[in-house]
Write a protein that binds this ligand. Structure first.
Ligand code: BES
Ligand code: MN
Ligand code: ZN
Length: 496
């Protein structure tokens, strides 16, 4: 779907979308249409249940007294609460309602909204962003889809008096959408297509946007002593990889921000094998790494004024004659040893070496890791919030604020020493599991042992990486949760 900005047309034709505030208060364009229709529009609205409440819509075909084919009225609630998120949801609603309408082109009248803190240009830009995000489809493998089942909507025109400003404000948002799409594509691909080496190849394509990409294979990781990461991958025919991506948009002497992603391209559980039902979901167990890759792309495309390093540990967790066994002891790059009680608790093993490597090599300002780490976080927080675990209150507060701003919530959970005893081992420095109680917390306690005095936050995104239902700006499927959150964290706090 193409998106463009234009000044309001003199004639209202084709398919048009207008906004209405709660209490049936028509926006400027709706008002003009009502006049043009000789009051017919207000009459229709008055006879309907549509009051302009948030999320209410009313679709009229060939509305009386107008030249329009279709008119979609979108309720925006009380204008006072109409923020960037609401404008994005407006754009999302337009796409959701009209992408299968038969219209190839739709115009959204982005009128100023009384009471809103946003300018009309900001409303237009954010509506465009939401529309773009909602229009995402992963249809590579649907070879038999009939044309009438495909979205008809090819072009969305957003009309606003300040179309120049709107276009400018949309540019960085569009960059973020590109990053989000890359993340969604990678997480949606099946595991026969995306495996450690092919995922590393995908990361390499970021070079064309000015990102420096290095790929380490098993030989190099062995030299570095990454026994935990390599142990997870040793049952797979596919070679494990560690990818380092660098974006240098800041001053040379500025320590980078570091983002680290779990990239288990398929998680069978290994010898501690998972049950068959639902195992196909484990193709997106590389979701954390996909977020880091998409985030790097977004930052590069919008030329973020900051130094950032992204590190992803890519492995496939398979059961085989060469797989690691429950009870095996592995030595991590940090020198600490781990007794692998359960081969299905593999993400923390991958991150242990990736975190240690990152702080050792880059001395970052902070490290934030993302991982579909535990089923327990889904039990605790469901599909709305990611779990946030951190050794730093300020970093946590910044993440929580960024999450609120973009609509990707993070909820802080404890990482306190008393939980640490749950991962004590009889024969090694620690075990890789801590029992059922507080399963997400003991996973975080494990990671914390590989954080050496650096500010650190861990986001357990197991519950938010894949959605079974459509959200305002996220069609069901891969959400790319984390890209917008971390882009915002960087933009609001680290580019000044
Ligand atoms: N990748 C899973 C966690 C997961 C579960 C992600 C469901 C997304 C949806 C992880 O590797 C795992 O298997 N964790 C185990 C840990 C346990 C063995 C301590 C779990 O959560 O059951
Ligand atoms: Mn697992
Ligand atoms: Zn996993």
């Amino acid at each position: 779907m193409k998106i463009s900005f234009a000044k309001p047309a003199s004639a209202h034709e084709g398919a048009l979308v207008v906004t209405v505030r709660e209490g049936r208060h028509l926006g400027a364009t709706a008002q003009a249409l009502d006049t043009e229709s000789g009051g017919a529009l207000a009459k229709v609205i008055a006879k309907s249940k549509f009051e302009g409440k948030k999320d209410q819509t009313l679709l009229l075909h060939a509305p009386a007294g107008l030249k329009l084919d279709r008119l979609l009225l979108v309720g925006i609630g009380k204008g006072k609460g109409f923020d960037a998120k609401a404008a994005q949801a407006l754009g999302g609603t337009v796409v959701a309602q009209l992408q299968g309408s038969g219209d190839a082109e739709v115009t959204l009248a982005a009128d100023a909204i009384e009471g809103s803190s946003l300018t009309a240009a900001e409303i237009a830009a954010n509506a465009a962003f939401g529309a773009r995000l909602r229009s995402y489809r992963f249809d590579r493998y649907r070879t038999k889809e009939k044309p009438e089942d495909k979205p008809s909507l090819k072009k969305l025109v957003i009309s606003t008096a300040d179309h120049g400003d709107a276009k400018k404000a949309f540019q960085p948002l569009d960059a973020v959408a590109e990053g989000v799409f890359m993340t969604r594509d990678l997480a949606s691909e099946p595991a026969n297509i995306i495996y450690p080496e092919s995922l590393a190849e995908q990361a390499k394509t970021l070079a064309e946007h000015g990102i420096d990409v290095e790929v380490l294979g098993e030989k190099q990781m062995k030299k570095l002593g990454m026994g935990a990461l390599l142990g997870v991958g040793q049952g797979s025919e596919r070679e494990s990889q560690l990818v380092v991506m660098r974006w240098n948009g800041g001053p040379d002497d500025q320590a980078p921000l570091a983002f680290i992603g779990k990239g288990v391209t398929f998680d069978t559980g290994g010898i501690s094998i998972k049950p068959a039902g639902g195992m196909e979901d484990m193709k997106w167990d590389m979701g954390g790494s996909a977020v880091v890759i998409g985030l790097m792309k977004a930052l590069a495309l919008r030329k973020a004024k900051v130094n950032v390093v992204g590190v992803v540990g890519l492995v496939e967790n398979m059961p085989s004659g060469t797989a690691q066994r429950p009870g095996d002891v592995v030595t991590t790059m940090s020198g600490q040893t781990v007794e692998v009680i359960n081969t299905d608790a593999e993400g923390r093993l991958v991150l242990a070496d990736a975190l240690w490597y990152t702080q050792d090599r880059f001395k970052p300002q902070f490290m934030i890791d993302l991982a579909t780490l535990t089923g327990a976080i889904i039990i605790a927080l469901g599909d709305q919030y990611a779990g946030l675990f951190s050794n730093d209150d300020k970093l946590s507060d910044k993440l929580i604020a960024a999450g609120k701003a973009v609509g990707e919530g993070v909820w802080r959970m404890p990482v306190d020493d008393p939980y640490d005893k749950q991962i004590k081992s009889e024969i090694a420095d620690m075990m890789n599991v801590g029992g059922r109680e507080g399963g997400s917390i003991t996973a975080a306690m494990f990671l914390k042992r590989f954080v050496n005095g650096v500010k650190w936050a861990h986001l357990d995104i197991a519950g938010v990486t894949w959605s079974k239902k459509d959200g305002p700006v996220t069609p069901k499927g891969a959400t790319a949760f984390g890209v917008r959150l971390l882009d915002r964290l960087v933009a609001d706090n680290y580019e000044k």
